[in-house]
Design a binder for this molecule. Structure first.
Ligand code: PBG
Length: 304
């Protein structure tokens, strides 16, 4: 009678690539998650693949950040190097890259800053450059998470022009200005140095606006649309699933992970049961794919 069941094929596991060698630093507030240099990421990728998880999402933490986030489209950037190294050793692992400026800019915003404000249109060119650079390094799919208007179209055009018309786009389509990203910003060292992301990310109070955001991304060429965060936005996942015919992804974000890990550490909740319940509810709401830091823990349970 069970209507919903989780499968390993549902999962995408996020990885954080940093510079240097032989580096593996556990992320505060995200036990079990690490910032890793390329050599360590390859080992981790092998482990992920051997658990039966088909796909990873790469985030980069560059050695140097600047106002234009040049590390994002550096052919020798951390993500570009990691893609090549993983493809070399774990060729069948499907690699998705997060396309955004915030991990690479000195100010920590997802776009270019002029006179204290994020400038939408000039940012599009850089995002397109970043996506092309990831595809050139061998990424299987790109995932723009910046929430600038028009970026899916700009990235699609650039990929097509550069000969990457087969590389799909998973857009962070309905991405909310959420407090649940806190631990991630430590992980990616991407906390904005001033202001916040409310001029480009969505108001958590808005539901209908999500459909508008998703429709725009689909019109521009998105192949998969994502809702983020997941747990507190199950209504949005369900709305998007019912309104459109594209695959829907949901991002079970850092704060959602941390809360469960913390509760379990205190002995207040049963970690694996809560985890499986949360993941199942995200799928039940309509997600075809779940980006989650729990992927490895859940895989171990599903593999039993
Ligand atoms: C970059 C980005 C963020 C996350 C994914 N891509 C942070 C943000 O928008 O501030 C959050 C992921 C998480 O919390 O797990 N724009």
């Amino acid at each position: 009678m069970r209507e919903t069941s989780l499968s390993l094929d549902d999962f995408i596991y996020p990885l954080f690539v940093t510079y240097g060698k032989n580096t593996r630093k556990e992320i505060k507030a995200m036990p079990g998650c690490f910032q890793e240099s390329v050599d360590k990421i390859v080992k981790h990728a092998k482990e992920v693949y051997s658990l039966g998880i088909p796909s990873v999402l790469l985030f980069g933490i560059p050695e140097h950040k600047d106002a234009l986030g040049s590390g994002a489209y550096d052919p020798h950037g951390v993500v570009q190097k990691a893609i090549k190294a993983i493809k070399d050793k774990v060729p069948n692992l499907y690699i998705i890259t997060d396309v955004c400026m915030c991990e690479y800019t000195s100010h920590g915003h997802c776009g270019i800053i002029e006179k204290g404000d994020v400038k939408n249109d000039p940012t599009l060119e850089l995002l397109a450059k970043e996506a092309v650079s990831h595809a050139g390094a061998g990424a299987d799919m790109v995932a723009p998470s910046d929430m600038m208007d028009g970026r899916v179209g700009a990235i699609r055009d650039a990929l097509d022009e550069e000969g990457f018309s087969e590389v799909p786009i998973m857009s962070y389509a309905a991405k909310y200005a959420s407090a649940f990203y806190g631990p991630f910003r430590d992980a990616a060292e991407s906390t904005p140095k001033f202001g916040d992301r409310r001029s480009y990310q969505m108001d958590p109070a808005n539901r209908r606006e999500a459909l508008k955001e998703v429709a725009l991304d689909i019109e521009e060429g998105a192949d998969i649309v994502m809702v983020k965060p997941a747990m507190t936005y199950l209504d949005i996942i369900s709305d998007v699933k019912n309104a459109f015919d594209l695959p829907v992804a949901a991002y079970n974000v850092s704060g959602e992970y941390s809360l469960i890990k913390a509760g379990a550490k205190l002995g207040w909740i049963d970690e694996s049961r809560v985890m499986m319940e949360v993941l199942t509810s995200i799928k039940r709401a309509g997600a075809d794919l779940i980006l989650t830091y729990f992927a490895k823990d859940a895989a171990k349970i599903l593999n039993k």
